[in-house]
Design a binder for this molecule. Structure first.
Ligand code: PLP
Length: 361
């Protein structure tokens, strides 16, 4: 870290606190259960489409509107083309949404105290104040606490469902309650993990003009490396995102990404097979972890959030790493005794369980 920023830095940069992603190790042969990637490769049809796109016109700019991809997403969710926005990973979509909707005369944005840590980073980038709404003592989203906050000036709500890193999927009734409580503000529902058993709010888009639902192809479509995310909402919401995007980068999705994402979205059979495998493995792993004395929060995501009453979480993570198994530990208030473990293949989870047995013995 620089002690003294050079005078040519914009002052705001000196104060930025960037997001720190989970480790992407350069050495292989590690069992990588720390960044919620899908353990299965992408659809073979997606790989084939990327190969074909690589030899077909890379000298040309891609479609700035990525219409082919937006059409496939719109059809899948029963929406119109102009109710869909796409971006370079859902992180970019989220960043544009924060810029487009949450700069509201200094009123604070609301999100849970324990949630995706990138939300605070975007607030820092755009100078958006925020208030956190504590999860209840079982680490569940506390909608009554949001109801109390709704009476005060605020810039809107961001909610991850399923939440990260707890794994709790919110019932649609809870999302609807938030949409009604915050009817004058945007409610952003980040559904990065919804395909692993959560209830999607896509069906509410037609009825709530203040709803934006954000999803990604990084997790359930096994395409974290391709960087494709999308958002759905009514036309005026999408138009705001388009204005921001077209003031920033006309071509956030390249030709390979558009081709691969279209093919992945069309391969429904592969999608169902792999997400079902992940969910089955999750249920088996949860039982094995409970057998070892872990407390496992109910999860609708491709990870479990666990703690062991008799062992320090950071010590377990360090011991696992020494055995070549990566999991995620957050040195944060309330959750520093928890570990987030991504669901791997049955074989990877077997390696994890064997390593944990040795460590706890
Ligand atoms: C992984 C994740 C994202 C970002 O996904 P990308 O599309 O890969 O940028 C967004 N929100 C949550 C809650 C996530 O866990």
């Amino acid at each position: 870290m620089l002690q003294q920023p050079p005078p040519w830095w914009s002052p705001v940069v000196a104060g930025l606190v960037p997001y720190v992603p989970g480790e992407q190790p350069k050495i292989e042969r590690l069992t990588k259960l720390n960044t919620n990637e899908n353990p299965y490769p992408p659809s073979p049809a997606a790989v084939q489409a990327i190969r074909a796109a690589a030899t077909d016109g890379l000298q040309l700019y891609p479609d700035p509107d990525a219409s082919a991809l937006r059409r496939v997403i719109a059809a899948r969710h029963g929406l119109a083309l102009d109710e869909v926005f796409v971006g370079n990973g859902s992180d970019e979509v989220l960043a544009h949404a924060f810029f487009a909707f949450f700069q509201q005369s200094g009123a604070p944005l609301l999100f849970p105290d324990i949630t995706y840590s990138f939300y605070k980073v975007y607030c820092g980038l755009y100078g958006i104040p925020y208030d956190t709404v504590p999860l209840d003592d079982q680490l569940r989203v506390d909608v009554e606490a949001f109801a109390r906050a709704a009476g005060q000036p605020n810039a809107g709500v961001v909610i991850a469902s399923p939440n990260a890193p707890t794994g709790e999927g919110l019932p649609l009734a809870t999302i609807e309650r938030l949409l009604q409580l915050f009817a004058q503000r945007l409610v952003l529902v980040d559904e990065a993990y919804v395909d692993f058993g959560g209830e999607s709010a896509m069906s509410l888009v037609g009825r709530y003009p203040n709803l934006l639902v954000v999803q990604t192809l990084s997790k359930s479509r096994s395409l974290a490396g391709l960087r494709v995310g999308f958002a759905c909402g009514q036309r005026p919401v999408i138009e705001a995102l388009e204005r921001v995007k077209n003031s920033f980068n006309s071509y956030p999705l390249d030709r390979l990404a558009i081709a691969g994402a279209v093919a992945a979205m069309q391969d429904e059979a592969y999608f169902d097979q792999t997400r079902q495998a992940v969910m089955n493995t999750r249920e088996g792993l949860a039982l094995q972890l409970e057998d070892m004395g872990f407390e496992v929060l109910p999860s609708q995501a491709n990870f479990v959030f666990v703690r062991h009453p008799g062992h320090d979480a950071k010590a377990i993570a360090t011991a696992l790493r020494a055995k070549g198994v990566l999991v995620r530990h957050f040195s944060l208030p309330r959750i520093d005794q928890h570990l987030r473990i991504s669901i791997g293949t049955p074989e990877q989870c077997g390696i994890l369980v064997d390593a944990l047995r040795e460590i706890l013995a």
